[in-house]
Ligand binder design. Sequence first.
Ligand SMILES: *[C@@H]1O[C@H](CO)[C@@H](O)[C@H](O)[C@H]1NC(C)=O
Ligand SMILES: *[C@@H]1O[C@H](CO)[C@@H](O)[C@H](O)[C@H]1NC(C)=O
Length: 331
Amino acid sequence: MKSLTAALGLIAPVLAGLRFPCSTLTFQRLDPVVQPGSNPSAHVHHIVGGNAFNATMTGDVSQRATCTTCQMAEDFSNYWTATLYFKNPTNGSYHRVPVVPVQPLLGNSNGAEGGITVYYTQFDLSKDNLKQQPIKSFQPGFRMTVGSPTKTSQPQIGLRYQCLQGNNRGAEMPDFPTKPCSGGLFTTHHFPACWDGKNLDSPDHQSHMYNTIKLDGFTNAPACPSSHPVRVPQVTYETTWDTTKFNSMWPSGGPNPFVWSFEGSGYGTHADYMFGWKGDALQRAMDKSECFYDGCGSITKQAMATANQCTIKDMVHEETVGWLTQLPRMD
Ligand SMILES: *[C@@H]1O[C@H](CO)[C@@H](O)[C@H](O)[C@H]1NC(C)=O
Ligand SMILES: *[C@@H]1O[C@H](CO)[C@@H](O)[C@H](O)[C@H]1NC(C)=O
């Protein structure tokens, strides 16, 4: 029997890395990396992954979680970003922007609800380069952030916006689009992939990591410097914010009306990562050569219908959806 690729006359690309959907777990004002123990934290986050998510998270979270919204059933990590709001230019009220799955999704990912598409790449999207540069998994307790809500200028490599027009993603931009996007707003967060080999965290949650990437997109990962000699997976989040129902309320020629949950600036886009893979599951996945998206048979996948049943309690007890006369936040 001919393969689907041959039947469709497509050229099969060589693909490397892991790519999988995680449905939305919750929208809450909690941040166990930057503000552990604070309930509420400074601003609302969109969170996916394991159900051990909490205001404080220590030790091996994969030992405490019992389910995950991610397709990879052994991945109890948590992944989160700020939440996007529409600020109505007419009356100043805020409405939370819904999240929809990243399209097009490959493989068995149909059925994700909202959420984030997560990548763990070894070198780039077409080559793993494992013989030259082996990848070491993160360790239990590991966490990191990328970007900062206090940034108001200066683009950061790997943190980008794209204005979707149908299936066309358009150019990568460091700030919000200046015109309505008919297909929604696409955000990308690339994390650095060189680790100091010692610290599971650092006071700024970033200096235990080092970024060797000088261009946007999924580019080759050059060798790590001696200060941060350990190459870990390059983690990336993609999120599609369904801004379309607000487009008619964006007056023609007016400024961008979308804000993050911390208000601030588009340059303040940021993301947080809390490692939570069970045992050596991530190491096994990273050691496999040229497997893209499917875990290469070495790690267990679950149906997204099962992933969608994983939930956590509302621990903050506040309205986050809108219309809200002010954002649920603290400066
Ligand atoms: C979250 O933390 C609180 C306080 O430590 C604890 O009572 C609760 O069981 C935790 N929830 C989860 C889902 O781990
Ligand atoms: C602002 O406008 C929206 C959309 O028309 C409306 O639903 C909301 O109630 C308004 N908010 C206030 C405070 O008037």
